[in-house]
Design a protein around this ligand. Structure first.
Ligand code: NAI
Length: 258
C-alpha cells in the first residue's frame, strides 16, 4: 500500500483518481477547498501553508506520490494562483516527505490549453516565481474581456508544463529519484466543462478548439488511469513529459510538429 496525495479530490479528475487509487488498496490524502481530508485554499500563500502542514500530518512523515489536479478555468487573474503557484509551492513544500519513500513520484494536470494562444510574459513571470507580477499581468488580460482573460488559463497550463520540464532534471527531482510529469487532457466531462458542454454552441466551441477524433470527450477515470500509472512504482524512467490524453487533438492540431 502506498500513500498518495491528490489535490482537487472533491470533484472531477481528482475525485476519479482518488477513487481509483483507493480501489487499488492505497491510502489517499485528498486536498481540496472542502469535503475532503485536508481542506485548504491553494490560491493563497496562507492556504498553501495549511495544506502542506495538514498533509504532512496526515501522511505521518511519509508520502509516496503526489497528484496535483486542483485547478480552475476562469478567465481571471486568480487562475494563475491556483493552477501554477498552488501546484508548485505545494509540491515544493512536500518534497522532503517524498524522500522517505522507496518509490517517490509526482504528476500534475496540465491541459491541451497549454498549446493554445497564451501570454509569453505571463508565462515567464510564473516561471520566475513572481506571483505578484503574474497577478498584475493576469489582471491586465482579465480587464480586456473573456477572450484575453482566458489566456490566464492557457498561460497557467503552458507554464506548468514548462516548469515540469525544467525541474524534472534537477537535483531535488531527478537527483532524488523522483519522476515528475504532466498530463494534458482534451475535453473531459466534469463540473469544469458541464455548462459548456450542455449547449450545442458550447460543444462546437470546445470541439473547434480541441477536436477529438478518437472516442470523443472522455470521462475523468480515463485521465485517472494515466495519472495512476505515472505515479506508480512501474514508472522509473518517464519524466519531464506532458502526456496528451486527448483523443487525437494534439495530433490533429500540431500534425508533424512534435
Ligand atoms: P473540477 O472543477 O471538477 O475539479 C477541480 C477541483 O479543484 C474542485 O474540486 C475544486 O474545488 C478544486 N479547486 C479549485 N480551486 C481550488 C483551490 N483554490 N484550492 C483547492 N482546491 C481547489 O475540474 P476538473 O475538470 O476535474 O479539473 C481538474 C484539472 O484538470 C484542472 O487542473 C483542470 O484545469 C484540468 N483539465 C480539465 C479538463 C476538462 O476538460 N475538464 C481539460 C484539461 C485540463
Amino acid at each position: 500500500m502506498r500513500t498518495y496525495v491528490v489535490t482537487g479530490s472533491a470533484s472531477g479528475i481528482g475525485a476519479a483518481t482518488a477513487e481509483l487509487l483507493r480501489e487499488r488498496g492505497h491510502k489517499v490524502i485528498g486536498v481540496d477547498l472542502r469535503n475532503t481530508e485536508v481542506n485548504a485554499d491553494l490560491s493563497t500563500a496562507a492556504g498553501r501553508e495549511t495544506a502542506v502542514a495538514d498533509t504532512l500530518a496526515a501522511g505521518g512523515g511519509r508520502i509516496d506520490a503526489i497528484i496535483a489536479a486542483a485547478g480552475v478555468s476562469a478567465p481571471k487573474a486568480f487562475t494563475v494562483s491556483v493552477n501554477f503557484f498552488g501546484v508548485t509551492s505545494f509540491l515544493e513544500g512536500l518534497l522532503p516527505a517524498l524522500a522517505a519513500s522507496a518509490a517517490p513520484r509526482v504528476a500534475v494536470v496540465s491541459s491541451m490549453a497549454s498549446l493554445q494562444a497564451n501570454s509569453e510574459t505571463l508565462v515567464e513571470a510564473m516561471l520566475a516565481g513572481d506571483e505578484a507580477e503574474a497577478l498584475r499581468l493576469g489582471a491586465e488580460l482579465e480587464s480586456r474581456g473573456e477572450l484575453e482573460g482566458y489566456m490566464n488559463y492557457s498561460s497557467s497550463k503552458r507554464a506548468i508544463s514548462r516548469w515540469v520540464r525544467r525541474e524534472c532534471i534537477t537535483a531535488p527531482w531527478a537527483g532524488a529519484g523522483i519522476p515528475l510529469n504532466a498530463v494534458a487532457p482534451g475535453t473531459v466531462i466534469t463540473n469544469m466543462t458541464r455548462e459548456l458542454l450542455a449547449t450545442e454552441a458550447g460543444r462546437k466551441l470546445a470541439d473547434d478548439n480541441v477536436p477529438m477524433p478518437l472516442n470523443y470527450h472522455s470521462e475523468a477515470v480515463v485521465i485517472a488511469r494515466q495519472l495512476a500509472w505515472l505515479t506508480s512504482e512501474e514508472n522509473t524512467h518517464v519524466t519531464g513529459q506532458t502526456i496528451y490524453i486527448d483523443g487525437g487533438a494534439d495530433a490533429t492540431l500540431r500534425g508533424d510538429d512534435i
